[in-house]
Design a protein around this ligand. Structure first.
Ligand code: 5GP
Length: 114
């Protein structure tokens, strides 16, 4: 259940996270195991299991994407570029069943991803 995940608890303020931005609809916090010098996760407060959850509305997704750009600017990685990633399901590498956008920056990214 999306309500029971670590990220739902962070969104409700029941678990600690290093929060870098928040508003009424979403929270952005540093990844506990960063894959780049700057690695932030942007999540909706609403418990939505992933990008493929019908509760992930276009408005919600647009807001989360916009917040990714705000976070990148705030943390000083926007100028050199950065990567926004959403892993979906098992093959996509999603390990937490609460929708999250990864914002990764502070080094050049490689392509293709693994
Ligand atoms: P996924 O693999 O689902 O796309 O990404 C999940 C991310 O959540 C991983 O990068 C992982 O390091 C991060 N993560 C897992 N547990 C916690 C936690 O308790 N706190 C924080 N801040 N990040 C976490």
């Amino acid at each position: 259940m999306a309500e029971d995940t670590i990220f739902a608890k962070i969104a409700r303020g029941e678990m600690h996270a290093d929060i870098v931005y928040e508003d009424d609809d979403c929270v952005a916090f540093r990844d506990i195991d960063p894959k780049a010098p700057t690695h932030v996760l942007v999540i909706p407060r609403e418990p939505v299991s992933g990008l493929d959850d019908p509760k992930a509305t276009p408005d919600m997704l647009g807001h989360l994407a916009h917040v990714c750009t705000k976070v990148a600017e705030k943390l000083g990685i926007a100028g050199d570029g950065y990567r926004v990633v959403v892993n979906v399901g098992r093959n996509g590498g999603q390990s937490v069943s609460h929708l999250h956008f990864h914002v990764l920056g502070g080094r050049p990214m490689t392509w293709p991803p693994g």
